[in-house]
Design a protein around this ligand. Structure first.
Ligand SMILES: NC(=O)C1=CN([C@@H]2O[C@H](COP(=O)(O)OP(=O)(O)OC[C@H]3O[C@@H](n4cnc5c(N)ncnc54)[C@H](O)[C@@H]3O)[C@@H](O)[C@H]2O)C=CC1
Ligand SMILES: O=C(CO)COP(=O)(O)O
Length: 332
């Protein structure tokens, strides 16, 4: 196996690096924070986010970027969506057509409205476009790190996607292949906004019926949005669409659901974000999706409601009332 580097030692980068390293591969996990990288390398565990998930001997952690990517064959990106471009900017000159780049972040770049594979393409300047694979699905890092059976999709040009399927697949981490990069990316990005709405319903104290309604009608919004941007509708009924939507709307591990819950309890967005140590991708991504949906004239009432709660100080209770009192419609 060639050289493997995972960039971003947050909970997801750490969980993914452990999977590949546990298969006997040498893996370097990079983090921009020197202190964190040193602590992880010394303690051999990410105590704060993934306690009890010790590092295999084949996993090394560093914050050094010089020479890090010389001859790299597999580059796994696990940094938040809004910083992906700045990290790619620093490293793109070290990459060659031998490198397969795997993005695992779930979002849309707020300043450009670009999907993350587009951001990567932008930064590698057209050198080897076909080498980009998206890895996305219902996979909370906390459960993956405990080896609980999980499933995910690797989307890309067939030869590269198959290599990534092989690289990550284990008996507890089953990887499917897809050629719908746009659909897989948009599923992972947009579900975060719907999960904020589901969390808000929890925070207000609404019930299981409400959550099922948000998941189902949220999926309809994801499909409409996806099709308008060139995705295949069927992808949204798969793991990276419905699968990830269900887990993110329901799981106590979800940071997006958590933000929604606190908003539903009446807390202010900035206070919630200031107290969080982890990233909630839905917050910027909702803005990017809202703007793209307006441009493409796609109806996304739940997403629009979340946008107004996040950015126009609307109360979550008002959002629910507005959604329930819209004009009556056919379901399909
Ligand atoms: N945690 C999870 O269960 C899953 C997360 N993801 C996605 O993975 C991405 C990363 O999420 P997590 O690891 O959970 O986040 P996290 O909050 O645990 O860690 C974020 C990571 O980004 C790094 N980072 C922050 N600012 C940076 C900068 N300016 N430059 C370089 N690195 C920077 C941090 O050092 C840290 O390593 C997100 O897009 C998330 O949606 C995808 C699947 C599962
Ligand atoms: O994407 C995820 C699980 O599949 C993680 O969701 P959160 O970012 O909401 O925690």
């Amino acid at each position: 196996m060639g050289k493997i580097v995972v960039m971003g030692a947050g909970s997801w980068g750490t969980a993914l690096a452990r999977i590949i390293a546990s298969k006997g591969n040498n893996v370097t996990l990079w983090d921009y924070n020197e202190e964190r990288a040193e602590l992880l390398q010394k303690s051999r565990v990410n105590k704060k986010f993934l306690p009890n998930a010790e590092f295999p001997e084949t996993l090394q952690v560093t914050s050094k970027i010089e020479g890090l990517l010389d001859g790299v064959e597999y580059l796994i990106m696990a940094v938040p969506s809004q910083v992906l471009r700045s990290v790619m900017e620093k490293i793109s000159c070290q990459l060659t057509e031998k490198t397969i780049i795997v993005n695992t972040a779930k979002g849309i770049e707020i300043s450009t409205g670009m999907r993350l594979s587009q951001v990567i393409k932008d930064e590698i300047l057209g050198k080897f476009h076909k080498n980009i694979v998206i890895l996305s699905g219902p996979t909370h890092a906390e459960e993956v790190a405990k080896n609980l059976p999980s499933t995910i999709v690797a989307a890309g040009e067939s030869e590269c996607a198959k290599k990534i399927q092989e690289l990550f697949n284990t008996e507890n981490f089953r990887v499917y292949e897809s050629n719908d990069i746009i659909g897989v990316e948009l599923g992972g990005a947009v579900k975060n906004g719907i999960a904020i709405a589901a969390g808000a319903a929890d925070g207000i104290g609404l019930g299981d019926n409400t959550k099922a309604a948000l998941i189902t009608r949220g999926l309809a919004e994801m499909i409409r949005f996806g099709e308008a941007l060139g995705a295949k509708a069927e992808t949204f009924s798969g793991l990276s669409g419905m699968g990830d939507l269900i887990v993110t709307c329901a799981s106590t591990h979800s940071r997006n659901r958590y933000v929604g819950q606190k908003l539903g309890e009446g807390r202010k967005l900035q206070e919630i974000l200031d107290e969080m140590e982890m990233v909630a991708e839905g917050v910027p991504t909702v803005k990017a999706v809202y703007e793209l949906a307006q441009k493409k004239k796609v109806s996304m009432p739940i997403l629009e409601g979340v946008y107004k709660v996040l950015y126009e100080d609307k109360l979550a209770t008002e959002m629910v009332k507005e959604l329930m009192t819209r004009d009556l419609k056919r379901e399909f």
